[in-house]
Each structure stands twice: as C-alpha cells, then as structure tokens.
Ligand binder design. Structure first.
Ligand code: ZN
Length: 277
C-alpha cells in the first residue's frame, strides 16, 4: 500500500477497516486473476490533496479512480480532497467503498464495465449503503439530491461517460446521483414483482455484473437477469412517479426530480444484500 503521510492517522485506520469490512462482506472474485490488466500485488495510491501527487509511479494522476498503466496494471487512486477533512465530510471514507466496488465489478465482469449508469450507479449505491450502515447517515437522507430530470427523458445518454459523448459524470449526473437513481428505479421495479428488497439489490449489483461476460450485448444480459427489456425499463422511467422537487439550491441549476419513492430502507445492509439468494 502506498499511503502517503499527508493523510491523517485516523484516515489510514479507517481505510484499513473499510477494506477489511468490504473484503469480508463482498470478497473480490477469484476470476479477477484472469483479467489481463490485473497484476498482483494490487496497488493503492492515496494522498491528501493538500500536497502534490507524491508518487512518481503514477505521475499526473489525480482524483479517485481505478486506473491502469503498463507497468502497474490496474491500481486504485485515492486523492482525498483536503476540504473533506476540513468539512468533516464522510465522502473521504465513502470513496474507499466506491472504488473497492469497482474492483469487485471488474472481478465479476471480467472488466466489461457497461452500461456506465449501472457501473457508476452501482458503486455509488454501495458507497451510500456503506455509510448508512457504518456511520448511520448517507446521501439518501438528503433524497440523493440532485437527480437531474434529464434521466427520465434521455436515459440512453447515461450508457456512456461524458468523455465518451454521454452524460455520466456530467453536470446532469452530479456525484453520479442520476446514474444511482436509475439503478434504484430498476430495483424498485423488481421489488414490484414481489422480489424482496435485498434480493433485488443483489440481482442488480452482483448478478447482472456476473452475467455480462456471457453476452456480447449488455442488453441481452439485462433481459436475461431482469426478464425485462432495456427499452421497457427506459419507458417505465419516463412514466414513473418522479415529480420535480421544485427545490432550487444556489449551487444547482436545473430541474431535479424527487426520488423518495425508490430510496432503500434505512436498515438495509451490505451483508443482507450480498448474502441474499
Ligand atoms: Zn466510480
């Protein structure tokens, strides 16, 4: 582990606890060893944004992601914003769960990370359930605000990152909230078929990802796991009970929707989800 001393001891301790918690509840599949770009040991690089990136092995890297380079293969980058320490923001810990879950997804899917709304939305939901479970609070408490109304009219645009011509990670997907909403709406539709909550979460967060390598087109994996076509899902989004919040925040311009109808139970845990059958 390359954990820079610019990070407080309390963060380092929490990092180790979080990785241990997640490793116990959702262990990374052994299939990860057959992913070409995975080399052992798996490297983590973490530092406080108060200082420049201190690691010559990942020169130019910033932010938080799972990235790859020829020498190291895939590795985790955690540049923790100094502001999150000043503001006591839980995100400085939640981001660990988010990036860990991407490794979990890579292991199950053999690195077929599509569609992007499922991948980023899934990691964001795991991140929030983690903080709900271990810290007693999450962005769900704030209604996952803001979820852009764009998601109802143009869900297809969330199949790709903004850098690839889509809307994931764009101003219409702040904190990946719009992507996370799409995943929660899908889960809600599954629950509507009398599938228990934890099982519905597992179908989307785990079973779909594991099904991906068996299909060339992700739409076929979607149909196979959810017994629903992607087109029907997108239409159901448009027709769903998601009114405008009417809320205006000084930092958010645009139409946001109220997603209270699809938020998970406050008591839902990662243990229940990943142990569900
Ligand atoms: Zn992510």
């Amino acid at each position: 582990m390359n954990i820079d001393s610019s990070l407080p001891a309390a963060w380092v301790a929490e990092f180790e606890t979080t990785m241990n918690n997640l490793g116990a509840v959702l262990p990374v599949s052994e299939r990860i060893h057959s992913v070409p770009d995975i080399k052992m040991p798996f490297h983590v690089f973490a530092w406080n944004s108060a200082i420049p990136n201190p690691f010559p092995q990942i020169r130019g890297a910033s932010g938080a992601s799972i990235s790859g380079n020829d020498l190291l293969g895939k590795h985790m980058i955690l540049e923790i914003p100094e502001r999150e320490f000043i503001d006591n923001s839980l995100h400085r810990y939640a981001v660990i769960a988010h990036e860990y879950f991407h490794i979990y997804q890579i292991g199950l899917s053999e690195e077929i990370m599509k569609p992007t709304w499922m991948i980023e939305g899934g990691a964001t939901i795991v991140e929030e359930i983690y903080t709900q479970q271990y810290y007693g609070q999450s962005e769900f408490d704030r209604g996952l605000f803001p979820v852009s109304a764009t998601v109802l009219n143009n869900p297809q645009a969330f199949e790709r990152f903004e850098r690839d011509g889509g809307l994931v990670g764009s101003p219409a997907d702040i904190n990946y909230n719009s992507s996370a909403f799409m995943v929660l709406a899908l889960i809600d539709m599954l629950e509507g078929r009398a599938i228990p909550e934890a099982c519905a979460f597992k179908l989307v967060l785990k079973d779909f990802v594991a099904e991906r390598p068996d299909h060339v087109d992700w739409r076929d994996a979607f149909q196979s796991v959810f017994a629903m076509s992607v087109e029907d899902f997108y239409s159901a989004l448009r027709d769903g009970p998601y009114p405008s919040t009417g809320a205006t925040d000084d930092w958010y311009q645009g139409a946001a929707i109220d997603v209270g109808a699809v938020l998970p139970s406050k008591s839902l845990t990662l243990n229940e989800i990943f142990a569900a059958t």
